[in-house]
Design a protein around this ligand. Structure first.
Ligand code: NAD
Ligand code: DAU
Length: 351
C-alpha cells in the first residue's frame, strides 16, 4: 500500500530470520516486509507457510553477493530500513569452506551497505540494522562476560567473517554517515533451527536413536537464548535504539555442553516414553572442533537498562516448546535431513 514503509529483512527464510519476519509482518501493518533470501541449504520457505499470503509480505529470492541485483532492488523499493540477517552461520562449515563465509558475510554485507548509500538520504529515518554474534569477541575463561567494549578477537573463519562485517557497518557509519545499529547475540535455539546446530541435532539424533557427538571433553560453555526472545530484542532495537550503537543480547543462561546434553536426554526420555537413562547412552565423545571457543557469556545489561529488554521464556519452557515443535513437525525434519544433509553428515564426526 502507498502508506506502508518498505522494510527489507535479509535471510528471512532461515532460522532466526523466519521468526523476525513473522513478528514484523504480524505486528506492523504499516510496514511492507520484503524477505530477501537465496534459499541456500539453510533457507526454507516452509518456515513461513502461515504468513506467506499476508498482504504486507513479499518473498524475494536473490543473492546478496550479487551487487547489481542488490543495487537495483534498493533503487526500486527505496527501503526505509534494513534488518540484515542473511549469512553463512555454521562454524563447522566455515572450517571446511571459509570462502563462502567471506563471500556472503563480508561481500554480501558490503553490497547491502553500498546499496543503502544510494537511497538513505531520501529517507529521513533510514536505519541499517546489522545482526551479529557474540563469537566476534573470541573466548572467555571461567570468569567474566562480554560487554559492548570487549575487544574483537574472532577465532573461527565464521566469527572472523562476522567481525569483519561488523567493522564494515561501523566504518560506513563513520565514513559516509550511514545510520546503523548492531547487535551481538549469544546462541539461539527454538523451532526451525537447522539440525546441524547442537540442540536440534541432538533432538533429531535422539528421535532416531543415533549417537550424540560431543566435541572434546564436553565442558565447553554457551549462553542460550530462545529465538523469539531474540526477535523481541531486535524489534526493540530496530525501533528504539540509539543510532551508531552496539547492543549485546544474551540469555543469562550458561550451560556446559555435557550438562545441556544430559538435560535434553532427560526431557526426551519423558516425551518419547523411554526408560530413564535411555537417551543418555547415546552421548559419544568425538574429536574436538579446531579452534573451539571455551566459553561465551554475554552481559546484556545495556539493552536491559536502555530498552527494558529481558528474556521472557525460561530455559526449561523454551526447551519444552522446542522439543514439542520438532516432534510435531517431523515432516519438516524429514525434508531438511534428506538429500544434501546426508552427504554433509557423513563428513562430520570422527570418534
Ligand atoms: P541460518 O543459517 O539458519 O539462516 C541464514 C539464512 O540466510 C538462510 O535462509 C539462507 O538461505 C540465507 N542466505 C545465506 N546466504 C545468502 C546469500 N548469499 N544471499 C541471500 N540469502 C542468503 O542462520 P541463523 O542461525 O538464523 O542466523 C541468522 C543471523 O543471525 C546470522 O547473521 C548469524 O550470524 C546471526 N546470529 C545467529 C545466532 C545463532 O545462534 N543461530 C546467534 C547470533 C547471531
Ligand atoms: O554464539 C552465537 C553463535 O552460536 C552463532 O553466531 C552461530 O551462528 C551459531 O551456529 C552458534 O555457534 P556455536 O558454534 O556456539 O553453535 P553450535 O550449535 O555449532 O555448537 C554449540 C556448542 O556445542 C559448541 O561448543 C560446539 C558443541 N557441539 C556442536 C555440535 C554441532 C558439539 O559438541 N557437538 C556437535 O555435534
Amino acid at each position: 500500500g502507498k502508506n506502508q514503509k518498505n522494510i527489507l529483512i535479509t535471510g528471512g527464510a532461515g532460522f532466526i530470520g523466519s521468526h523476525v519476519v513473522r513478528r514484523f509482518v504480524q505486528s506492523y501493518q504499516n510496514y511492507h516486509i520484503y524477505n530477501l533470501d537465496a534459499l541456500t541449504y539453510a533457507g526454507n520457505l516452509e518456515n513461513l507457510k502461515d504468513i506467506e499470503s499476508a498482504p504486507n509480505y513479499t518473498f524475494l529470492k536473490g543473492d546478496i553477493t550479487d551487487a547489481f541485483f542488490v543495487e537495483t532492488l534498493f533503487l526500486e523499493l527505496k527501503f526505509e530500513g534494513v534488518i540484515h540477517l542473511a549469512a553463512e552461520s555454521h562454524v563447522d562449515r566455515s572450517i571446511t569452506d571459509p570462502l563462502s563465509f567471506v563471500k556472503t558475510n563480508i561481500l554480501g554485507t558490503v553490497n547491502l551497505l553500498n546499496a543503502s548509500l544510494s537511497i538513505y538520504k531520501e529517507k529521513p529515518k533510514f536505519l541499517f540494522y546489522h545482526i551479529s554474534t557474540d563469537e566476534v569477541y573470541g573466548s572467555l575463561g571461567i570468569d567474566g562476560h562480554f560487554t559492548e567494549d570487549t575487544p574483537y578477537s574472532p577465532n573461527s573463519p565464521y566469527s572472523a567473517s562476522k567481525a569483519s562485517s561488523d567493522h564494515f557497518v561501523r566504518a560506513y557509519g563513520e565514513t559516509y554517515g550511514l545510520p546503523f545499529v548492531i547487535s551481538n547475540c549469544s546462541n539461539n535455539y527454538g523451532p526451525n533451527q537447522f539440525p546441524e546446530k547442537l540442540i536440534p541435532l541432538f533432538i533429531n539424533n535422539i528421535i532416531q536413536d543415533k549417537p550424540l557427538p560431543l566435541y572434546g571433553d564436553g565442558n565447553y560453555t554457551r549462553d542460550w537464548l530462545y529465538v523469539e526472545d531474540h526477535a523481541m530484542a531486535m524489534d526493540l532495537i530496530f525501533h528504539q535504539a540509539r543510532i551508531g550503537e552496539t547492543y549485546n543480547i544474551g540469555g543469562f543462561n550458561e550451560w556446559k555442553n555435557i550438562d545441556l546434553a544430559r538435560l535434553l536426554c532427560r526431557l526426551m526420555d519423558k516425551k518419547l516414553d523411554r526408560k530413564a537413562g535411555a537417551s543418555e547412552k547415546l552421548i559419544t565423545f568425538v574429536k574436538d572442533r579446531p579452534g573451539h571457543d571455551v566459553r561465551y557469556a554475554i552481559d546484556a545489561g545495556k539493552i536491559n537498562k536502555e530498552l527494558g529488554w529481558k528474556p521472557s521464556v525460561t530455559f526449561q519452557e523454551g526447551l519444552e516448546k522446542t522439543i514439542d515443535w520438532y516432534l510435531v513437525n517431523h515432516e519438516w525434519l524429514d525434508h531438511v535431513t534428506s538429500g544434501d544433509y546426508k552427504e554433509y553428515y557423513k563428513t562430520q564426526y570422527q570418534s
